[in-house]
Write a protein that binds this ligand. Structure first.
Ligand SMILES: *Cc1c(COP(=O)(O)O)cnc(C)c1O
Length: 391
């Protein structure tokens, strides 16, 4: 991803900024496309992972659909020329305004998460003289074995409709003339690296499908969500996630009926590895147990470590590429940001080459849920995006 001349260019740019390697993005997208097409699977990109226009443009041009979780994301998808018939709108709390705008735009499908939501969409669709296509987001009660903040498919989570509610849901749908049930939707969580939860999901979906077919309810779309994890520890070795084995699990274990189309909503796995947060060392400060490296980027630019205790690989680019010091003794540092919060810490007791004020750092694998989650807390300015094709 990096080389000497690129880092020399970085030295002329005000930090912090997000750097996007479009070559990695393009190779990732090409792989998703090739592997999903083998099985005729439809891919929707989960916009919430990264909504940079240039990234949206590349993903849209590759022919993927859009998975949105807010009205503004639906608008962003439309503005960036995603095909209207490929836009799905998910989320546990859609406002009336968001529903009306999406109905007016004639998006492909609403992924519905409660009985009350179905009733409201029916009413709003009636007032607009429209028929809303919906998929039921069903809680499969499959444990994704990922961080509890990004586990979404358990009965204790706020997401989805539980299996025991289905009878009541179907009763409501029967009495909702402006609702057309077309699909079932599932999403068990994010950053799932072990494929076993996806196999369990398939088994569960097969059972749930039986519930519908035994009642002669036709389901034409199955949406299995996203969730494939990326390698935060070895971003260079495993820059492209193993889409082949991911899709193979669904091909092998999911019972797909003749008239059914299968959809996936990939976010993180498509964009995480192409992004790095580039930051400069402001100060190095001696601590009691370890020394502190204080960067000019903090939790306001990248909140994942503070929010999910997540690991990101951290590299001292200046030392790695320019150090003439043969004595490359590594030292233990806590790498922290400038924000007035003790949770503003990227890594504790990390072994790094001797670091100094002015050294450039890269925090890797930050293309997903990085820049999009940035905050203005402490009146911070938004870190800009720099793309590999324009530097
Ligand atoms: C966040 C989300 C996704 C994307 O998940 P990734 O783990 O980033 O692939 C897909 N579907 C739904 C409903 C989501 O909430």
């Amino acid at each position: 991803m990096f080389n000497k001349s690129l880092i020399e260019k970085f030295q002329t740019i005000e930090t912090p900024f997000y750097y996007y390697d479009l070559d990695i993005l393009n190779r990732t997208i090409a792989d998703v496309k090739a592997e999903s097409e083998k099985h005729n699977f439809n891919i929707h990109y989960a916009l919430k992972a990264n909504t940079n226009q240039q990234i949206l443009k590349i993903i849209c041009n590759a022919g993927f659909g859009a998975d949105c979780v807010s009205g503004n994301e639906v608008k962003a998808a439309l503005r960036n020329q995603f095909v209207t018939e490929s836009i799905v709108f998910a989320g546990v709390g859609k406002t009336d305004k968001e529903i009306i705008e999406s109905l007016t735009a004639d998006i492909f499908c609403f992924n519905c998460e409660s009985i009350e939501e179905i009733k409201v969409i029916n009413q709003l669709a009636a007032s607009l003289n429209k028929k809303a296509r919906i998929a039921l987001r069903i809680n499969p009660n499959v444990n994704a074995n990922t961080h509890h903040y990004i586990t979404t498919g358990l009965e204790e989570n706020k997401f989805g409709i539980n299996f025991w509610e289905l009878e009541a849901v179907m009763e409501v749908i029967k009495n909702s003339p402006n609702i057309q049930l077309i699909g079932l939707h599932f999403h068990i969580g994010s950053q799932i690296c072990d494929l076993e939860p996806f196999r369990l999901l398939c088994t569960r979906v097969n059972e749930i499908q039986q519930w519908f077919s035994s009642r002669n309810i036709s389901i034409t779309h199955l949406n299995l969500g996203g969730g494939l994890g990326v390698d935060y520890h070895e971003p260079d070795k495993n820059a492209i996630p193993n889409f082949k084995s991911y899709f193979a699990v669904f091909h092998k274990f999911l019972e797909i009926k003749k008239n059914q189309q299968v959809h996936f909503e990939l976010g993180r796995s498509m964009v995480a590895q192409c992004g790095s947060l580039i930051s400069k060392v402001l100060f190095v400060k001696e601590g009691k147990k370890t020394n502190f490296i204080i960067l000019d980027a903090g939790m306001t630019e990248l909140i994942r470590p503070a929010l999910y205790q997540s690991y990101h690989k951290i590299e001292n680019l200046t030392a790695d590429f320019f150090s003439t010091n043969i004595n490359t003794n590594e030292t233990k540092y806590d790498v922290v940001g400038p924000i007035c919060e003790s949770s503003d810490c990227f890594a504790k007791a990390l072994l790094l080459p001797a670091s100094e004020r002015g050294h450039l750092f890269a925090i890797r694998t930050t293309g997903a849920y990085g820049q999009v989650m940035s905050l203005e807390y402490n009146l911070r300015e938004k870190a800009p995006s720099i793309y590999s094709d324009s530097i």
